[in-house]
Write a protein that binds this ligand. Sequence first.
Ligand SMILES: N[C@@H](CCC(=O)N[C@@H](CS)C(=O)NCC(=O)O)C(=O)O
Length: 264
Amino acid sequence: MLELYHASGSLCSQKVKLVLAEKNLEWKSHLLNLLTFDNLQPSYIQLNSKGVVPTLIHDGKVITDSAIIIRYLDEQFPHPKLTPAPPTLQEKMNSWINLQNEFPMREVMYGNYTGIEGFVLRRSIQIKQKLLSQLMQLNYELKEQYETKLNDVRKWNSTIQDVKKMTSLNAKIEPMLNQLEEQLSQTEWLCGATYSLADAMWTAVLNRLDELKFSYLWAENTRPALKLYLRQLKARPSFKTAIQSDKMPLPMLFAGLCRTFLCI
Ligand SMILES: N[C@@H](CCC(=O)N[C@@H](CS)C(=O)NCC(=O)O)C(=O)O
């Protein structure tokens, strides 16, 4: 009944997988390899015109964009309900979701990963640009989608190569965490006394910032409420199901590395 197109290590896929796990829903997996660009294949572009994961299929209906997907899941499968009932809290939840959505995590990730991981990700953007130009020539009926994607990837690439832009993006992380700290020093969860969709989204993001070594921003008691919050998020069974076990299968990793280093 539920099918999810997703990718290992994809932040946006993790948000949806967290909500599926919180709701204990069964789903059929379609695992894409972003390092071999499964997401750019014409058959997938026809499903998700932006060529990104995740995409949810529910009874034949195609839903794209993680923020839309998690709201959809909460409407269709309300047990447990992850949207607070009072309209004021719903507004609060939406503003936490929007704050996260408007933050360019993609650039923060691709620009800040170090070592081999950073090298592979940044090289994949170079290869992606070449591939998109080829795909655009080969699939005339999808020219518009590939052209939009190529322009987006070019912008993405120029941002992560630009030290000034990256410094200014990184500087926006701390004020965002201050907003979280202020809220979490008053309430256990972002929208009050109960866990909501906003908490699921922020689980994936805070965990990713942790992986990117930004955890010094909540270490040494600088942001104690945030630190405790992340500990509680990580203790939930959904974290184990959706994030801890989100490892790329070795054959996929191998194919991805071959593509990155040998361009095949
Ligand atoms: N706004 C979209 C963004 C999706 C997105 O950027 N997904 C990334 C993985 S987290 C992706 O597919 N990247 C591959 C690409 O852009 O080529 C959402 O929230 O679903």
